[in-house]
Design a protein around this ligand. Structure first.
Ligand code: MG
Length: 269
């Protein structure tokens, strides 16, 4: 798993630099899911940078599209896109849009407004079943996504259809755009809710690469149900001064702090 930790570290460093040069936000949302994205792209997803459109590839949909820079970093590390593209993130002449875009090789679907990712992922999972394809569909959602009615409609339909080829990963950092989730819409026991709605559920530490790999390599959790992995994470993980803060949602690290922050990320275990 050491390579996954190194990839996650590089994702964090890239996101700090990209949001700074793009003068954009959401660094907290990106750092929260860095370890999940690293394990997905390094160990789990059947995808090929030499053949990004291969029909039998696994599909990954990032529903929290505002954190797309973390996926762009993973795609660059895997060879889907040139690393040079990262430096022009969120710039008028760049190729990487602020919110994740399917115009970028390796990205399946553009998202931004929350609540769109899972409904599309459910459609992809049904399509795979009709095609009798072994490909799997993964969708990463956020606290904000879990406030959206369309997400819960998709959850009910996925359970009804017993879509065992679908896995939802919740980046459960308990912070969203305008506040701590318990103060906005408290999800209370998300595990109980999802189980009652017909998903098989496992909770993990979303920063422990071994635990992430163990969960994602033993899917489906139940042969007759869609799977949900609730990943307990920390907003802005890796930058102690901004961990678990609402301001990290719209934050970028200013010029005068950036080198110290990157040094700290490099030295962290
Ligand atoms: Mg959140």
């Amino acid at each position: 798993m050491e390579n996954c930790r190194q990839i996650a570290k590089q994702i964090r460093i890239d996101c700090v630099r990209m949001t700074n040069s793009g003068r954009s936000g959401h660094v907290g949302s990106m750092l929260s899911m860095a370890d999940l994205i690293a394990v997905l792209y390094e160990k789990i997803l059947n995808v090929d940078p030499k053949n990004p459109e291969m029909p039998e590839r696994d599909r990954f949909v990032l529903s929290k599209g505002h954190a797309g820079a973390a996926v762009y970093s993973a795609l660059a590390q895997k060879g889907f896109i040139p690393r040079e593209w990262l430096s022009r993130y969120y710039c008028d002449d760049g190729k990487l849009m602020g919110h994740i875009s399917h115009k970028v090789p390796g990205v399946e679907f553009s998202t931004g407004s929350l609540g769109h990712g899972l409904p599309v992922a459910v459609g992809m999972a049904i399509a795979a079943r009709y095609a009798k394809s072994p490909r799997r569909v993964f969708c990463m959602t956020s606290d904000g996504d879990m406030n959206e009615g369309s997400t819960w409609e998709a959850i009910m339909f996925a359970a009804q259809e017993k879509l065992s080829n679908l896995t939802m990963i919740v980046d459960y950092n308990r912070v969203q755009a305008l506040g701590h989730s318990e103060d906005v819409i408290d999800l209370r026991s998300l595990k109980d809710k999802l189980e009652l709605f017909g998903f098989a559920v496992r909770e993990i530490d979303g920063h422990n690469c071994e635990e992430i790999y163990d969960a994602l390599s033993k899917l489906p959790l139940d042969e007759n149900k869609p799977s949900a992995i609730i990943a307990h994470t920390t907003k802005c993980k890796g930058i102690p001064a901004f961990e678990n803060t609402v301001k990290s949602h719209y934050k970028f690290i200013p010029d005068e702090e950036i080198e110290a922050v990157i040094e700290a990320i490099k030295e962290a275990e």
